[in-house]
Write a protein that binds this ligand. Structure first.
Ligand SMILES: NC(=O)c1ccc[n+]([C@@H]2O[C@H](COP(=O)([O-])OP(=O)(O)OC[C@H]3O[C@@H](n4cnc5c(N)ncnc54)[C@H](O)[C@@H]3O)[C@@H](O)[C@H]2O)c1
Ligand SMILES: O=C(O)[C@H](O)COP(=O)(O)O
Length: 523
């Protein structure tokens, strides 16, 4: 397995990755070299320096995982990766404290002209008047984005005696209050009220240029603005004008719209201080980002669920622990359904029962679709792309939740293909998937190995006839059960076998009088 690392990552992370495969560290590749290297790469590990676009992803025919040793995935075409079933994984918590500390550092530097004063002294000057600053104490700090980093900034700014307000439409007033922050419901209002503004939101179409001419116009005369989030959040032209005419006292940027900045007029301004995207560049953050992402990759390679997969819902470890057995069950149910229907599935309905119906079932749905598609698609179905693949094949997927407790925590799957329908109810017993109902008939059956599913009319001797044919061909029965609603009526036989059933044996079984249908399911 080839693991290609194209940005500098911590040596501890490289050590972990070396246990998994052949690591190639190549941090100075040209675009052409990168396009060549990716062709036989299984796992790509990057930071923000490598542009992982659609072209690169499509060239990576063997690519299965893209690891981002850091937070932002805006340099990765996650959509293109998802379509190919490539898992994108990152380390979202690794650098929050480092970025918050840099933010505070830049805020202080901007308020006290530390950078300009340092440069002046080094030039041989001693100008105490020119560099008079302002205190942060008692000033209002406007935090845009109250996520991981925003919260760390709040904690630290409180120690300076700042009054903190925040704008984040996705957090509650109560949550903000618990941090000692007053939430404002409008970005313009935050701009009007703040002495210092700091940005901690992701760059999305919605947040692009969120600080523009209008917002700057609303700001207090002499406000300070800090951006340690992403270039592109601030309209750099508007910022340039405001810094030049001193409407804004100072700006401190760790990030630029184009990195590294080329011919950017902002760099000529005395009241603009900056760092070259250093937010996460500390020993601690780099060790954490690298090792977290390497451990996540290790989990995925070992077939375990990783917590930080970007193109799948992320659930807290304790929730994941609870639903994991049901993911195994759902995948199994989907697999059985497809093998039984053996046709073009048009519609799949899943119903969750018991306490399971209260959980986030997205991952279970994905597992079900993965199980459903695996028997018919040669390769490449995984939890990431299963919903897209199902949609592309025109499969209608319907999920509902029931508070009916008759099965306990259970999953019912009803699917239709070529005018035929098939249903199964499954649950977990002693940590193992179990079938509780098949086509409405109650059973209690652990599905594994090879299962022969027979629909028949309940007549004396049916089991014997099937058993005799299997015996003639040396096929051993490990377990068998019959589900029926009434004696003499339609019934279902479930037979677990130690060996596969050849076509001719299946044909003979189907020819037995009163047998309506027989299918072999391999698990
Ligand atoms: N400078 C660096 O080296 C560096 C390092 C790490 C992260 N970052 C960047 O910092 C930013 C924040 O990272 P984080 O880990 O705190 O992210 P996060 O996901 O934990 O928090 C983002 C917050 O922004 C809020 N938000 C989203 N859209 C918003 C909008 N339109 N208006 C207001 N709030 C909105 C969300 O509700 C969330 O609370 C990201 O852009 C990330 O890429 C930069
Ligand atoms: O999103 C991030 O993690 C930061 O922007 C840091 O990027 P870097 O890993 O390239 O330093």
């Amino acid at each position: 397995m080839k693991i290609l690392i194209t940005d500098p990552i911590h040596e501890e992370a490289i050590k972990i990755l070396k246990e998994l495969g052949d690591v190639v560290v190549a941090t100075d590749l040209s675009r052409e070299e990168l396009l060549k290297e990716i062709e036989d790469t299984d796992i790509l590990v990057v930071r923000s320096g490598t542009k992982v676009d659609r072209e690169l992803i499509e060239r990576g025919k063997r690519l299965k995982i893209i690891g981002r040793a850091g937070v932002g995935v805006d340099n990765i075409d996650v959509e293109a990766a998802t379509e190919r079933g490539i898992i994108v994984v990152n380390a979202p918590d690794a650098s929050s404290i480092s970025v918050a500390e840099l933010t505070i550092g830049l805020m202080l530097a901007a308020a006290r002209n530390i950078v300009q004063a340092n440069n002046s002294v080094k030039r041989g000057e001693w100008n105490r008047k020119k560099f008079k600053g302002i205190e942060l104490y008692g000033k209002t700090l406007g935090v845009v984005g109250l996520g991981r980093i925003g919260q760390q900034v709040v904690k630290r700014a409180k120690a300076f005696g700042m009054n903190i307000i925040a704008y984040d439409p996705y957090v509650s007033k109560e949550f903000a209050e618990s941090l000692g922050v007053k939430l404002v419901d409008d970005l313009n209002k935050l701009c009007e009220l703040s002495d210092v503004i700091t940005l901690h939101v992701p760059l999305t179409p919605k947040t692009k240029n969120m600080i523009g001419e209008e917002q700057i116009k609303r700001m207090k005369e002499g406000a300070i603005i800090v951006n340690c989030a992403r270039g592109g959040l601030i309209d750099e032209k508007a910022l340039y004008e405001a810094l030049k005419n001193k409407k804004i006292r100072a700006a401190a940027l760790d990030v630029f719209e184009e990195e590294p900045p080329k011919n950017n007029p902002l760099l000529e301004l005395e009241n603009l201080i900056c760092t070259p995207h250093l937010g996460a560049s500390t020993e601690e953050a780099q060790r954490a980002a690298g090792t977290i992402v390497a451990e996540q990759i290790k989990k995925i390679v070992n077939g375990e669920l990783a917590e930080n997969i970007v193109n799948m819902p992320n659930l807290p470890a304790e929730v994941l622990g609870k639903i994991k057995p049901y993911m195994v069950l759902a995948e199994l149910l989907g697999n059985i359904v497809m093998q039984v229907l053996d046709g073009s599935v048009k519609r799949v309905e899943v119903i969750y029962y018991g306490n399971l119906s209260k959980e986030n079932t997205d991952l279970i749905n994905r597992a079900l679709l993965k199980g459903l598609l695996s028997p018919i698609l040669l390769a490449g179905v995984n939890l990431v792309n299963a919903p897209i693949l199902a949609k592309n094949r025109g499969i209608e997927f319907i999920e509902s939740k029931s508070n009916d407790t008759r099965y306990g925590n259970a999953i019912k799957v009803v699917a239709e293909a070529n005018g035929k329908s098939f249903s199964l109810v499954g649950s977990i017993s002693n940590n193992k998937p179990i079938i509780l109902e098949i086509e409405g008939y109650e059973v209690n059956f652990i599905p594994e190995s090879v299962v022969l599913i027979i629909r028949h009319i309940d007549k004396p001797g049916m089991i014997g006839k099937v058993g005799t044919i299997l015996g003639e061909y040396g096929i051993n029965i490990a377990e068998m059960q019959v589900g029926r609603k009434e004696p003499g009526g339609d019934s279902v036989m479930l037979i677990k076998l130690d060996h596969n059933v050849p076509e001719e044996v299946l044909k003979k079984i189907k020819e037995i009088e009163n047998i309506k249908d027989a299918v072999v399911v391999k698990l």
